[in-house]
Design a protein around this ligand. Structure first.
Ligand code: ZN
Length: 194
């Protein structure tokens, strides 16, 4: 079994950039920011480069069991606290308005993360989208409607959003996730006339 590494540095750094927007709003987010800054001073330059390269590496995918255990672990709670995975994520963009079209993929052809601002799922290697990973899928489903949130809210890349939609549909079909069938209204007056 693979050992779960608590809070990858890449995720921390990424959260630090995101949380700067929420500095005044939430104290929890601030703690993550300071945490990442303290750790950064300990390492030498070469070590830092190696760790950064390892964190960007997505050539060997994480197993499903590991991901399911990660969702229940203390490392997960420490990283995201009470927020949902996508809640503190902000996509970087140039200019005044956010781009209407999502990025095609955060991972390049060589298997490494190619952007410095990967989406909420690509930035954490332990998040594996699968129809059996229910804890993860529930984060993206609205409790009011039962549907997956729009990608304008989630800001995932196109590849991961497609995987998410497929996983949620499969989970509903296999019965892993409960959902309500929409109410149908029948006009019985039409039948009485016949
Ligand atoms: Zn992505």
């Amino acid at each position: 079994m693979n050992q779960i590494i608590p809070m990858t540095r890449f995720l921390r750094q990424n959260l630090s950039t995101i949380t700067s927007y929420r500095r005044i709003i939430s104290m929890n987010a601030n703690q993550i920011r300071f945490c990442s800054q303290d750790k950064r001073n300990d390492d030498t330059k070469t070590n830092r480069k190696q760790i950064e390269r390892e964190n960007r590496d997505r050539r060997i995918p994480v197993e499903l069991d590991t991901s399911i255990r990660y969702m229940k672990s203390d490392a997960f709670k420490e990283t995201y606290q009470d927020y949902k995975i996508w809640e503190l994520f902000r996509r970087n963009f140039k200019g005044q308005f956010s781009p209407a079209v999502p990025r095609l993929s955060c991972v390049g052809d060589d298997g490494f993360v190619k952007t410095s601002n990967p989406c909420a799922i690509c930035r954490d290697r332990y998040l594996v989208l699968h129809h059996k990973n229910i804890e993860l899928l529930r984060q993206f489903i609205s409790p009011h409607t039962g549907y997956v949130y729009s990608n304008s809210i989630l800001c995932l890349c196109h590849e991961q959003y497609e995987k998410l939609c497929v996983a949620v549909t499969l989970a509903k079909n296999y019965g892993y996730i409960d959902f309500e069938v929409p109410h149908r209204h029948y006009d019985y007056q039409y039948h009485y006339k016949l």
